[in-house]
Structure formats: C-alpha cells, structure tokens
Write a protein that binds this ligand. Sequence first.
Ligand SMILES: NC(=O)CC[C@H](N)C(=O)O
Length: 379
Amino acid sequence: MTTSTRGAKVPAVLVLEDGRIFRGRAYGAVGETFGEAVFSTGMTGYQETLTDPSYHRQVVVMTAPHVGNTGVNDEDPESGRIWVSGYVVRDPARVHSNWRAQRSLDEELANQGVVGISGVDTRALTRHLRERGAMRVGIFSGNALPDEGTMLAEVRQSSEMKGANLSAEVATKETYVVPAIGTKKFTVAAVDLGIKGMTPHRMAERGIEVHVLPATATVEDVYAVNPDGVFFSNGPGDPATADHPVSVMQAVLERKTPLFGICFGNQILGRALGFGTYKLKYGHRGINQPVQDRTTGKVEVTAHNHGFAVDAPLDKVSETPYGRAEVSHVCLNDQVVEGLQLLDQPAFSVQYHPEAAAGPHDAAYLFDRFVTLMEAERA
Ligand SMILES: NC(=O)CC[C@H](N)C(=O)O
C-alpha cells in the first residue's frame, strides 16, 4: 500500500474551447497540454485506456468518480506508453491497493510526463461535452498560471481532431512477429494503425502467427509475408485522412484474401467500399456499450473507443465494387454502424473492440469468425 500526495496542492485549470472553465488540482505531471476533450464511461480498465494508442491527442475525462484505486502494473498496458494527451479525474485514490500494483497512477502519469487534473466535477463536464459535443481543451497546472484569456486563446490555436492523420505517429516503425501460441495454423499480416497489444494476442491464442506491419506498409509488404488473412487495426485520427490504408485494403479486397478490421479498420473498410465517414457528436468510449449482431439478433455488451463512424445504410444491402455489403452490427444506444460484412467475399469488420482489454469478452467470437474465413479459404 502506497500513499501519494503528488500535485495535491498545485492548482490546475481545465479550459474548454467554448470558454467553460473548471478548476482543480494538478494530477500527474505539472505543465500544460492540449487535445480533444472526450469522456470514457469505463468503471475499470484505466491502464488499458491510458495506453490505447487510439487516444493519441485526446484528453480523457473519466466518468468513474474514483480513479487509481488499484495502482499501476506492468502487465496491463496495451502499448509501450501512455498515449492520452491529458487526464481528468474527480477523486484520485490517495491510497492504492492491489496485489499486482507496482506504483501509483499519479506517479506513473508524472513519470511519463502526462499532465492531468483532479478535483473536477466530471459529471458536469461530461454533461457539457454530451450537450455541446467533443471539443478542444487545455489543462494548465502550476503555481503561476496564465490569465484566462491567454489560456483560451492557446486552446483555440491547438489542432483539431477532424482532419488529423495520426496513425504513423503511433504505429510501429519496424515489422515484428507475434508467434502463435501452440501449433501455428495461419499467418496474418496486421497493418498497425495504432494497434492495441491484446489484438495480436487474441489471434495468437487461436494459432495465428501475426506479422505486425507499419502503417506505411505497401500491398507488396502485406503479401511478402504470404498471409492467410489480412487485418487492419484500431488507431487514432480521422479516417477521412487514411487514404493509404484504404488503397492497400482495396488491393486486398481485389484478391479476395480473408480480411478483418477493428475500429479504425472498420472505418477503412467503409471507405474502401465507397461509404463515407463522419464525426460523431461526442463518440463512444467505455466498456459498457450495447451492440446488436444483426445476423443472430444477439446483443453484446462491448468495449468502444471511437469518435468517428461509417455512414452506411442500415436498411438495405449495398452494391459495392467488391460485391454486396451490409451493416452487420449496430449500437443500440444510437443506431450507429458498428460492423460491416461483405456477402460475396470473406471480409468483415467491427467498430468496437472484440479484444476487450479492458471490457467484457462477449465479442471474442469475431476472432473465431476470422479463423473460420481463413479455414474456408484453405479448404
Ligand atoms: N479506436 C479506434 O480505432 C478509433 C478510430 C478513430 N480514430 C475514431 O476515433 O473513430
């Protein structure tokens, strides 16, 4: 059990681009940071949230009121570092206690230079974002802060999420291989647009050797690994900017290689098929979102982290250059497209996170579906 009072007495201010201001105390590193203000409704899994590369350039507000209780360990991160650009909590744990804990959350944020703020009325902030939409934000902490007008001007000069092309900033620069666990059955080329560590692990558990390729990988790079299937990962930024992975995916669809995409990968499949993408008002982030599989009618409780979505018709099968396609999954909160599948070739994707980490495992069957497509191709 460790106690920490780091930053507890240093003032901090959160300034939204529309001029609303919340005052609190420094949490984690002291300094200033900018990003898109978004909220996550996950009650658990803060380490996985912080280290998900899809949160690059986002300031995450936790709706769970008490954060940090179980400290930080070196097993749960989804990547090699924290990616959120800022962190907002109401009541940080002063005492953490868990058999796996190695240090406190505010120590970890400080070590990694992540500026946060605590003591914020996160319920009021979340309601504000829900009503006005996700927007730019700045967190400023320290004993001598700029005046409000200066802070607001800095927030309004910071970059927007719409139009941001960020995959190359978070993805691996070099290809690496995640070996199959047990007998190797298949090889998959996984295009890393900001991949979470649990995703190749879920494939490895099913006998897949995963070659994780940089976001800049070409069609030749993909086929150089002689893949049984091709995967496109989650990742940060605006899918409207992802022209390169869209063209690589179109080449994969041409060849009818089994294809699976998660989150950003679903948006890329949407674009590859000719659908548009758009920015949601405030997005879906958390581990408690109800999604219906429209093929089976079953409802899954699922993990989400997306601010954009695919604009595809829910009520009809669409003709695309790669055959017929339909919306396979839909979010029951707001009818947003949560999955796509092709009817004439082995390709599908989901907007949410079947790998969980954090979150329920209801959607793990989608990895089995990918295996089934690869088996059918081989038969
Ligand atoms: N987790 C993801 O892949 C997110 C995809 C995209 N950046 C979005 O916000 O919608």
